[in-house]
Design a protein around this ligand. Structure first.
Ligand SMILES: [Zn+2]
Length: 239
């Protein structure tokens, strides 16, 4: 279907690991559920942090340091163009924790799975920026209470952030765009059927057909960095 947006169109975008992968960041799904040779349950659960805090911290420090080497790709840039056109009618929900949408210049970004740039105290909940803590320590500690800090990542078995806000923005939308997700991680995977039931037009871009394909009005198979820039230009009438 031919889509034309105007600045009053309400759009929600959901991005997943595929968008970051195009910037060179690996994910759990790259290699049989392994992420840089670690199993999910060894590095991305509260139980893992209780048992092996050094290993979990080493894993996330590596991920954090890697961010200095990666740049937003053309898909990120296209989403900035879309936000510039729509202003506050643009909302971006991301499952990614790498901050690349902010780095690209997007403002209305909801990081539902947390951020690699932050951590918090597992005892007193005080929050810190990663750049402000001593990452030379095997397990960084809280400057207020000396408790263990933990990365501000929503681990498996934990509740994603900002669910109320997400529910709010999902209540009125004209277009729902989902990029680079397999459609199997809940609750993010539920957003597409919700958008559909609200009457929104739904568009997906992914390397493979997502599990919830049947809820998509339009599906584009391929790299979002190659597909999205042209789509956005069409949508906002630049071509
Ligand atoms: Zn503390």
């Amino acid at each position: 279907m031919k889509i034309k947006l105007n600045p009053k169109s309400q759009i929600v975008v959901l991005t997943g690991a595929g968008v970051s992968a195009e910037s060179g960041l690996k994910t759990f799904r790259d290699n049989n559920g392994l992420w840089e040779n670690h199993r999910v349950e060894d590095v991305a659960t509260p139980e893992a942090f209780r048992q092996f805090p050094e290993l979990v911290w080493k894993f996330y420090k590596d991920r954090y340091f890697q961010l200095a080497q990666v740049k937003p790709n053309p898909a990120h840039v296209a989403l900035v163009e879309l936000e510039n056109f729509l202003g506050d009618n643009f909302n971006l929900i991301t499952q990614n924790v790498d901050g690349l949408h902010f780095k690209a210049g997007n403002k209305n970004v909801i990081e539902m799975h947390g951020s690699l740039y932050e951590c918090f105290c597992s005892d007193c909940n005080n929050r810190f920026l990663m750049k402000d803590i001593d990452l030379d320590l095997e397990i960084p500690v809280c400057s207020k209470c000396r408790g263990y800090l933990r990365p501000d990542i929503v681990w498996f078995g934990e509740i994603p952030y900002h669910l109320n806000r997400i529910q709010q923005i999902m209540s009125k939308l004209d277009l729902f765009l989902v990029i680079g997700t397999s459609g199997i991680v809940y609750p993010a995977a539920q957003l597409l059927p919700i958008a559909k039931s609200c009457g929104a037009h739904t568009v997906g871009i992914n390397l493979e057909e997502p599990a919830n394909l049947l809820y998509l009005d339009d599906f584009y198979k391929g790299l979002s960095g190659e597909i999205l820039p042209d789509l956005v230009k069409q949508w906002i009438g630049k071509v």
